[in-house]
Ligand binder design. Structure first.
Ligand code: SAH
Length: 212
C-alpha cells in the first residue's frame, strides 16, 4: 500500500506518542514499553491500522505492536489513534526484514500477516512475508507456543505460503480458503481494511494458522 506523499508526514510521526522511534533500543525490553507482563502480538504490514486498533480495544490484556514500512501509511494509523487512548497499542515504522534486530528471541506471542504484498515475480519470492526466509525470522522472535495467523485474498500467494511451511518447520493448525463461509473459523474474526474491500467484491478470503 502506498499513499500520496503527505508533506511533513515524517515529522508528524515523530511527534506521535504511539510510535516507538527507537525500536532497536527496546529489543528484549518491550514489556517495559507497555509497563506490564502481558503477551505481545504484532501485525506486520499493518496498513492504516483498523485491525489492530479493533483488537486492542477488544483485548486490553494483550499488547499490540503494528509494523509498517511507509510513513504515509503509518501516519493514517497514528491520526486515528489520536482520537482514542489505547495503552496497549504501539506502532513502528520499519522494514520487516530487520525484525530480529527489534525483538529478542521468544519475545513475541503471536504474529498477524494480513493481505501481505504478493510480490508476483519468482525472483522476489524471498520478499513475501510468508516466505521461508521470513518464517525463519518469525521462528526466532516467537515464543515456543507462538502462532502465526495469515489472511489473504490472493490464492497464488496462499498456495506459495502453504508450500513454504514444511521446509521451515511449521505445521498447519487450521486453514480455509473461504473464511467468511466457515462458521467455526470465522467466529470472532476481525476484518482488516483490505478484507472489507475484497469480501465486498465477493472475493473469498484464505486464512491459515500455523505453529511449530
Ligand atoms: N494489513 C492491512 C494492509 C495490507 S496492505 C490490511 O489488511 O488492510 C500490506 C501493507 O504491508 C502495506 O501497507 C505495506 O506497506 C506493508 N508492508 C509490505 N511489506 C512490508 C515489509 N516488508 N515491512 C513492513 N511493512 C510492509
Amino acid at each position: 500500500m502506498r499513499l500520496r506523499n503527505v508533506t511533513g508526514s515524517r515529522q508528524m510521526i515523530a511527534d506521535s506518542r504511539f510510535v516507538v522511534h527507537d525500536p532497536m533500543e527496546q529489543k528484549g525490553h518491550w514489556k517495559d514499553v507497555f509497563g506490564n507482563e502481558n503477551p505481545i502480538h504484532i501485525e506486520i504490514g499493518m496498513g492504516k491500522g483498523q485491525f489492530l486498533t479493533r483488537l486492542a480495544i477488544a483485548n486490553p490484556d494483550i499488547n499490540y505492536i503494528g509494523i509498517e514500512k511507509y510513513s504515509t501509511v503509518l501516519l493514517r494509523a497514528t491520526q486515528k489513534l489520536e482520537e482514542q487512548e489505547l495503552a496497549n497499542l504501539r506502532l513502528i515504522r520499519m522494514e520487516a526484514e530487520t525484525i530480529c534486530d527489534v525483538f529478542a528471541e521468544g519475545e513475541i506471542a503471536q504474529i498477524y500477516l494480513n493481505f501481505s504484498d504478493p510480490w508476483p515475480k519468482d525472483r522476489h519470492a524471498k520478499r513475501r512475508l510468508p516466505s521461508r526466509q521470513f518464517l525463519v525470522r518469525y521462528d526466532s522472535i516467537l515464543d515456543k507456543k507462538g502462532k502465526i495467523l495469515f489472511k489473504t485474498d490472493n490464492t497464488g500467494l496462499f498456495d506459495f505460503a502453504l508450500e513454504e511451511l514444511e521446509c521451515a518447520g511449521w505445521k498447519l493448525e487450521t486453514m480455509t480458503r473461504d473464511l467468511h463461509h466457515d462458521e467455526k473459523l470465522c467466529t470472532g474474526n476481525i476484518m482488516t481494511e483490505y478484507e472489507e474491500k475484497f469480501s465486498a467484491m465477493g472475493t473469498p478470503i484464505c486464512q491459515y494458522v500455523i505453529y511449530r
